[in-house]
Ligand binder design. Structure first.
Ligand code: ATP
Ligand code: MG
Length: 354
């Protein structure tokens, strides 16, 4: 078990502050996902923990031990990268054995560990093959095997699945998650893919420009986004963020003439977040109407793209849309909004209000 604490971490490259000042506790034995857009500093954070970079300021604590300036090879931390970097001239067996040979383990132990790791990852039948003869998923499993074989204190994975096709990604993320559970090791997993993050994480850390925007379980982050950035980053199709105001206990959306519903928020201007799944087109004569510009069929669900007043929105349309969804373009439909599903954000700071 390994707990990681990042304390007041500052990191710049060429005078560019990539991480302005970051504090983060990574829980022992759990899978923590760092999620954020390209360039927000995810890989930099992993590289700092791995000892491939050093912070300008701050401390990195691993199980109570200050490892800030400890050399990478003394940290016993395993890192798996996007382009799995197997040795092409070595077989799967030799690739797996490599870290133990470097650590000067004896041959019997190496053989035993290679067999056990291959078993764990479903590689037993391909131990004598070379990387170029393996599929992407098999290569990635070999890379993971090479990382876990020396029993590291901590796993760091940096977008390990982004070279794989959609189906294989789905399968591998399940495999990595159950491997982490079985081994009970602390794992920090970096991705910019929100689906991967939501489905894998015990704890989700949303980053933007080297700052933590929110930290919580996927459920918390989805249902109670702390700010507009997090709300928009998680959920597909993305949440609707609408300009509106509360006057005398009634919610008004800009450019929509009738009030939406009664709310208990103080009077003022807000940004209102409503997930497409909570904005439902119905035929029961609800107060607000939406003009449809485009219909998107997703199988079990259908989304309607259009406008409430002048504001662009996406709503859930499967209640009213049958087979002939293409006929709905330019139609107007009634929309029902459930009060419980509204997220209020301060119109200036973009922070959650309740
Ligand atoms: N060695 C370096 N020298 C100069 N700038 C760097 C260096 N490493 C990273 N950066 C910059 O720091 C910022 C953060 O980079 P980082 O690789 O951590 O982003 P990321 O969140 O992993 O992005 P991605 O999702 O694209 O991998 C980027 O603007 C990048 O250009
Ligand atoms: Mg990166």
């Amino acid at each position: 078990m390994s707990r990681v604490e990042l304390k007041d971490i500052v990191k710049s490259f060429d005078g560019n502050p990539v991480i302005p000042c970051l504090n983060l506790d990574i829980e022992s034995g759990k899978l923590t996902v760092l999620l954020g857009p390209s360039g927000c500093g995810k890989s930099t954070l992993l590289r700092l923990i791995a000892g491939l970079e050093y912070p300008d300021e701050g401390k990195i604590i691993l199980d109570g031990e200050d490892i800030t300036t400890l050399e990478s090879r003394r940290r016993n931390i395993a890192m798996v990268f996007q382009n799995y970097a197997l040795y092409p001239h070595l077989t799967v067996r030799e690739n797996l054995a490599f870290p133990l040979q470097v650590a000067k383990a004896d041959k019997l132990r190496i053989d035993r560990e290679v067999v056990a790791t291959a078993e764990l990852l479903g590689l037993s039948s391909m131990l004598d093959r070379y990387p170029k003869t393996l599929s992407g998923g098999e290569r990635q499993r070999t890379a993971v095997g090479r990382a876990i074989i020396r029993d590291p204190r901590l796993f760091l994975l940096d977008e390990p699945l982004s070279n794989l096709d959609f189906q294989l990604r789905n399968q591998m993320r399940g495999e990595i998650k159950s491997l982490q559970r079985r081994l009970g090791k602390t794992m920090i997993y970096v991705t910019h893919d929100q689906t991967e993050a939501m489905t894998m994480a015990d704890t989700l850390v949303v980053l933007e420009k080297g700052k933590i925007m929110q930290q919580g379980t996927p459920d918390e982050v989805y249902h109670r986004p702390a700010n507009v950035f997090t709300a928009r980053f998680i959920g597909s199709p993305p949440i609707n963020i609408l300009r509106g105001s509360v006057r005398g206990g009634e919610l008004h959306l800009d450019s929509v003439s009738s009030p939406i519903c009664h709310v208990t928020m103080p009077d003022g201007e807000y940004l209102i977040g409503i997930r497409p799944d909570d904005l439902i087109a119905s035929s029961d004569g609800a107060a607000v109407s939406m003009t449809i510009e485009r219909v998107e069929f997703h199988g079990a669900t259908t989304y309607l793209y259009g406008r409430l007043g002048e504001q662009e929105v996406v709503a859930r349309g499967d209640k009213i849309v049958g087979q002939a969804h293409s006929g709905l373009n330019d139609a107007t439909v009634a929309i029902s909004i459930s009060k419980e599903a509204l997220h209020f954000f301060d119109s200036q700071t973009h922070q959650r209000c309740t």
